[in-house]
Write a protein that binds this ligand. Structure first.
Ligand code: GTP
Ligand code: SPV
Ligand code: MN
Length: 637
């Protein structure tokens, strides 16, 4: 069947429909699809309906081709191995396209003197590309890039379909793996067509994804994972509410509802509409008194969000339930209460380090209906990754993520450090009953944190909202495997959003500061560090994981106004003994909470240079003022 569509700019496109009713789609969607059929030249157009039969059909195809390996030791689980060149987000190939550079990135001191409309050295707070360069770059990649392949059209909703805080998207892709993953991570259903039809102006985010491997293939395909890793480019057009991703099939590069839409594009929507789109987990904690509170926490990639969100509390009387593990959309309601929804529908969690001791809930969640990417596979058809050594027979024969035969104790790794499980949130045993409530849950505390091996105490609380915003802006962490950076060095990751800002970070901080309005109950802001090391032994000073509930317990007391804190130069610290450490051996309280003066003096100066060099005049004065106040306080140490 071929449907003809006349484009608004004129010209007729023949759309070779292989499944679905093209002419029943909202008009704007028809035009969108036709435009990219014209450009990408697929051999067919397949409109996804989100049904289980469809899932089966696509999974069967992927198994046939060898891309998906059914795991015979688990229930409806699959594993796959990527091209080893396509294993994580690629930040240096991810761009925001706007008219002017200053719309996308701040003009720090480093960049003064450069014209606003020329390509200049990229800063740390996002990569800008001009429209003209983006058009050139895309023109060298997109035309005919789906030749010989089927173009799939995926209607999806971020947030419950039709909810007041939810947003619709349509993803075009030529990669079946992406469809299966999008079905887990977002809500894929034809109801989205109605939501688009009913919205003013037929609003939806345009997501275009191609692996860039037209048929007949020009390159050798590795692990049945076609891509064009040499030419990956992920371009965001905030004004057009559009994402174009070329060349990669991995995670945040290809599941466009996630980082591209729900953070980069959504942060621009949030700025325009007065809300917040953040890289945060959302969790509920019920304490010994049976009182429930909700927290949102921002930690950089691979720094503990999934673990905290589904934590199994180590002390009795507490219950944790998860609403989301990666992204929060938050807005103040008419009563001045901050409310958060999780726009996602599943968890795309880091596998290594996850085990029955550290995160039994994640383990339990990922026993069925899960897609594992780049993990080890045991001979009995189960999964293995670093951190599970004590939980399987040490003689188990394993195939590594690169396809080598391997056993525990041998050199090398079974799983890639950024290997992931992709699983529906609904099957998590501690999913919160209100996790899909369209109005979201009320947030009492916001937590920032990172991997800080030295100097930074286990927990402290900000003096007020402004101070809290500065703490978030100054967030730093050791690099992890979630992107291409070299592991080891501590780098700035403001608000845990460094790779995900959709617009100028200075303006983003203005937006955060503007949340402080009369009649609003501002949540308390905390900073945590689970990763401080004993400088002598090199071991973690804090056991982490389920024991982090002890820190949350202290936060709850603070929110309830209890007198359990002492003032310090960096913020409110717990009074000695006010965190319950019963049953833990050798917690070195003094070292966990020490504030080495030299370290902090250096840290404040370094942060100041970072703000000046990278943000410059775009930084709100209030944030500079807060940093100056911190400096004065640190001098008194
Ligand atoms: P993204 O999905 O990349 O955004 O990561 P995330 O923030 O959800 O991180 P995740 O919870 O998956 O944790 C990443 C790694 O940190 C895993 O290997 C965990 O085992 C480890 N980790 C998490 N929480 C703790 C903790 O409290 N202490 C220690 N020492 N390690 C932790
Ligand atoms: C992250 O890197 O923060 C992730 C994984 O959550 S990805 O979806 O690849 O962005
Ligand atoms: Mn993340």
């Amino acid at each position: 069947e071929v449907d003809d569509v006349t484009l608004p700019e004129g010209g007729v496109v023949h759309v070779p429909v292989v499944k679905g009713f093209f002419l029943e789609l909202p008009l704007k969607v028809q035009e969108f699809v036709a435009t990219y059929v014209d450009l990408l030249q697929p051999k067919g157009v397949y409109i996804c309906d989100g049904s289980e039969e469809e899932e089966q059909e696509i999974a069967d195809k992927l198994v046939d081709r060898g891309l998906l390996i059914p795991l015979k030791g688990m229930e409806k689980c699959f594993a796959c191995r990527t091209d080893p060149k396509d294993v994580a987000r690629v930040e240096n190939k991810t761009f925001i396209v706007t008219e002017k550079r200053s719309e996308t990135v701040p003009t720090g001191k480093k960049y003064e003197g450069y014209k606003d409309d020329t390509e200049i050295p990229h800063g740390m707070l996002g990569r800008w590309m001009s429209r003209s360069v983006a058009e050139e770059e895309m023109a060298s990649r997109l035309p005919g890039s789906m030749r010989g392949r089927v173009m799939y059209i995926i209607p999806f909703s971020m947030g419950p379909v039709g909810g007041p805080a939810s947003k619709s998207g349509v993803q075009i892709t030529d990669f079946n793996y992406v469809i299966l993953s999008m079905r887990i991570m977002t809500r894929v259903t034809p109801e989205v067509w109605d939501a688009i039809e009913e919205s003013p102006d037929q609003e939806f985010v345009q997501c275009i994804h191609t692996i860039g491997a037209p048929r007949p293939l020009q390159r050798k395909v590795i692990n049945h994972w076609p891509d064009d890793a040499e030419h990956i480019m992920i371009a965001h057009f905030p004004l057009q509410r559009r994402v174009i991703s070329y060349g990669s099939g991995y995670g945040g590069n290809s599941l466009l509802g996630k980082k591209c839409f729900a953070l980069r594009i959504a942060s621009c929507m949030a700025r325009d509409e007065g809300w917040l789109a953040e890289h945060m987990l959302i969790m509920s904690v019920t304490d010994r008194k049976g009182v429930e509170k909700f927290f949102a926490a921002a930690f950089p990639s691979a720094c503990g969000k999934t673990n905290m969100a589904m934590m199994t509390p180590s002390i009795p009387g507490f219950k944790v339930q998860v609403i989301g593990d990666d992204i929060a959309w938050m807005r103040f309601d008419s009563n001045g209460q901050l409310r958060a929804i999780n726009p996602e529908n599943g968890f795309f969690g880091v596998a290594p380090g996850t085990n029955w001791k550290t995160n039994p809930v994640a383990m339990q969640t990922a026993q069925k209906n899960t897609i594992f990417t780049n993990v080890g596979i045991t001979d009995d058809g189960k999964v293995f990754w670093e951190g599970m050594e004590k939980e399987i027979d040490p003689n188990t024969s394993i195939t590594t993520w690169t396809g080598e035969k391997w056993k525990i104790g041998m050199e090398g790794k079974a799983a890639h450090p950024n290997s992931r499980f992709c699983v529906p949130a609904s099957q998590c045993p501690v999913i919160h009953p209100l996790w899909e409530h369209p109005d979201g849950v009320p947030i009492s505390g916001i937590i920032f944190g990172g991997r800080r091996p030295r100097g930074v105490p286990l927990v402290f609380e900000s003096f007020d909202w402004k101070h809290g915003v500065m703490i978030g802006a100054a967030l730093k962490s050791e690099a992890t495997a979630a992107a291409e950076h070299k592991a080891g060095g501590v780098m700035h990751d403001p608000m845990a959003m460094r790779p995900f800002f959709g617009y100028n970070f200075g303006k983003y901080l203005d937006h955060w500061l503007s949340m402080d309005q009369p009649g609003r109950q501002l949540p308390k802001i905390f900073h945590v560090n689970w990763f401080r090391l004993d400088q002598k032994t090199g071991k973690f000073l804090w056991p982490g994981f389920g024991d982090n509930i002890r820190v949350v317990d202290w936060m709850i007391k603070r929110i309830d106004g209890e007198d359990v804190a002492v003032e310090s130069p960096v913020g409110w610290l717990p009074k000695k003994g006010s965190i319950d450490t019963s049953g833990l051996d050798d917690v070195n309280w003094d070292e966990l909470f020490s504030l080495p003066k030299e370290y902090w003096m250096e840290d404040v100066e370094e942060t100041k240079s970072f703000f000046e060099d990278e943000v410059g005049k775009d930084m709100p004065q209030a944030v500079y003022d807060e940093l100056e106040k911190l400096k004065k306080r640190v001098q008194t140490l």
